[in-house]
Design a protein around this ligand. Sequence first.
Ligand code: SF4
Length: 367
Amino acid sequence: MRFLDEFADPVLARRMIEQIKATATRTWTLMEVCGGQTHSIIRNGVDTLLAGAVEFIHGPGCPVCVTPLEMIDRSLEIASRPDVVFCSFGDMLRVPGSGRDLFHVRADGGDVRVVYSPLDAVRIAADNPAKQVVFFGVGFETTAPANAMAVVAARERGLRNFSMLVSHVRVPPAITAVMRSPRCRVEGFLAAGHVCTVMGTAEYGPLVERFGVPIVVTGFEPLDLLAGVRQSVELLEAGAPALRNAYPRAVAAEGNPVAQRVLADVFEVCDRKWRGIGEIPASGWRLSGEWADFDAGRRFAVDDLEVRESPDCRAGEVLQGLLKPHHCPAFGSRCTPRSPLGATMVSSEGACAAYYAFRRLEVPSGA
Ligand code: SF4
């Protein structure tokens, strides 16, 4: 197969669904870690088609959703300053902070710009030497290398007015946190294919051994997902947890060594708080000492923020697979994409947004 629509072939998909259902002797609970996979599963009805064989538990793999509230509030504070041009990917602008979002800051006169690459922010810094240009660097292992390269590019160009507000997160510690939860029901993981294109698969073998669950690296198209599910169910039925790569067209075991070198140079591992979940040891990246002069958190001392999460939002449970989005009492009524209470309702990878876009007609009245 060479083209993307071939990975949505309905005849092949039906055959794979029948195979999975014939293999499963009971309902297995699988967590897809990545929000992109969540959207594909819900959009294509994969969960409905596999009902009885697999229950999908949606994981914490939406980078926008897990960016801690403190960091959102810090971004709002920095973006409000008159000498600052604040650059971000579009998803972050609607994410609610303690009282407002970046759109509000822009409406109040802040220079908040949507960029499509961190290098756009570097260019804006070169074009505006009298301004401080700050890029909001969020995301998993997938986006971190490009953001690291932007810092390298800024140094090479001698830019002293560019900095980055870094809130990067790493997948393997999140899997550990999910498995350690006393309420964990996960029996197998679909690992995010794009993360593994960068990092490879080496970090996942020890998790399989430690927790005794299969981990299958999986892509995003319907047949990619079904291939990952089929391998997971086969491993579970055999009682033989193992690491498998069901996305070989994109993922090599060693990942992308060039990207890994840039990451190791520019960032260092740190503990990180995840929105709605709490602190997870060694789950984040920050700029390493040699690059600390590009750290917007240092350049703009923003302390003593009083953060206030919506008391009605249960996104933390959604992100840990403990609550389905449409079972949240605020879903679709007090919380919609136009008026979100939590980041999971506005992010393009958020589980609540996926259910709102594709499943809200199934919400029982009164929910
Ligand atoms: S539906 Fe809204 S309020 Fe409920 S968990 Fe999702 S984002 Fe939070």
